[in-house]
Design a protein around this ligand. Structure first.
Ligand code: WQD
Length: 343
């Protein structure tokens, strides 16, 4: 099928585009490069031998996007475009709500105008908030979140569910990602955060590169296996495969339905540091720092529904995530900034 991928030049988006192309689907990327680089398109072609279609446009330009949508005429959409830095969202909530909701409204209006009602939406494990304990089950309790970023996902899941309930013919997959880490085995595409990384894995990699002096461990007194925060890290290639599985099952989805995309296993900060020391062969200095506000002690997925209904389960462990993240970073010390890929 022909899939329009918003934010397809981003970290998870680019890996999903590769997976879709390798499955024989046609892909058109829509991206404004606010958080990504045009070079990703070239790298996707290098990895797959296929150059995806591409339109550079801001989804907030609703008339322009609707016209572009009509010319692309996709069968389905995966919607990655959005702001996703938790700390930044706390500092600037209006920007996060306006952007994440506004881009989704623009997309939905274009889809309705062209009677395209198959959508895979990027949601997040942050919708589970503090009230629940892991393993998180999709419909166990009302959703809440501890940041404007997370709340934008809670709101959008509700909006998409209401739209699907109001009109027949919608098929919407709400995919709740846990913590994506790693890179494609080619080392040609990967995570390229702009500025200091908020997330742990890219920060560890920059310390391993010698770009930063040490990792700050945000708290070592949590009620966890070793006192540090536990998360469900999932290889980005497994995550991309989860999107393909959801897209290929969309026709069977009536309305909107959520699935966790995680491994079901909790890994602590200390354990992730050890995995990167093993993968890089380098000591990675770390110092204990105060807890970060908004952090939950533990988070991991119940994977039952995704395995049973999507026929999907992740295959890669933390060692492979660290190995593949390191290869990407070594081959691209400046991310996509300068095309100095050293093979
Ligand atoms: C992981 C663990 C930290 C940085 C967020 C979003 C989520 C998704 C992934 C978008 C925690 C600890 C972190 C550091 C540390 N993003 N940590 N030192 O917060 O679980 O999830 O990113 O979809 O939606 O909420 O990821 O990598 O920031 O933190 O000790 O420098 O590492 O306390 O225990 P998080 P993270």
């Amino acid at each position: 099928m022909h899939v329009l991928v918003t934010g397809g030049a981003g970290f998870i988006g680019s890996h999903t585009v590769v997976a879709l192309l390798e499955r024989g689907h046609q892909v058109t990327i829509v991206d404004d490069f606010e958080n990504s680089s045009p070079r990703v398109i070239d790298r996707i072609e290098q990895v797959t031998g296929i150059r995806p279609g591409f339109v550079e446009i801001d989804l907030l330009d609703e008339p322009g996007f609707r016209a572009a949508f009509g010319s692309i005429a996709p069968d389905a959409v995966t919607h990655f475009a959005g702001l996703k830095a938790v700390g930044e969202s706390v500092a600037d909530p209006l920007r996060y709500y306006a952007h994440n909701l506004g881009t989704t409204f623009s997309l939905l209006n274009a889809m309705k105008a062209h009677d395209t009602k198959a959508l895979v939406f990027s949601s997040s494990a942050t919708v589970y908030g503090h009230e629940q304990q892991p393993p998180y089950v999709e419909d166990a309790a009302a959703l809440t979140a501890t940041s404007p970023y997370g709340m934008s996902k809670v709101m959008l899941e509700r909006i998409l569910t209401d739209v699907a309930d109001a009109e027949p013919g919608w098929h919407i997959a709400l995919l709740r990602y846990f913590n994506p880490v790693g890179a494609h085995e080619s080392g040609l595409i990967g995570e390229a955060p702009l500025g200091a990384p908020d997330n742990l894995a890219p920060y560890i990699v920059q310390v391993a590169l010698g770009r930063r002096p040490h990792v700050r461990v945000f708290g070592d007194d949590y009620p966890t296996k070793d006192g540090t925060g536990e998360r469900d890290y999932i290889h980005v290639v497994d995550l991309a495969a989860g999107h393909v599985a959801a897209l290929e099952k969309l026709a069977d989805v009536t309305g909107a339905r959520a699935w966790n995309l995680g491994t079901g296993r909790g890994t602590s900060v200390t354990q992730l540091l050890a995995a990167f020391e093993a993968a890089t062969g380098r000591a990675i200095p770390a110092v204990v720092a105060p807890r970060r506000s908004g952090d939950v002690p533990r988070s991991w997925a119940d994977t039952t529904r995704a395995e049973a209904e999507l026929g999907w389960s992740p295959t890669r462990g933390v060692a492979e995530m660290a190995r593949d993240a390191w290869r990407w970073q070594q081959q691209n010390p400046n991310g996509y900034a300068a095309d100095d890929c050293v093979s």
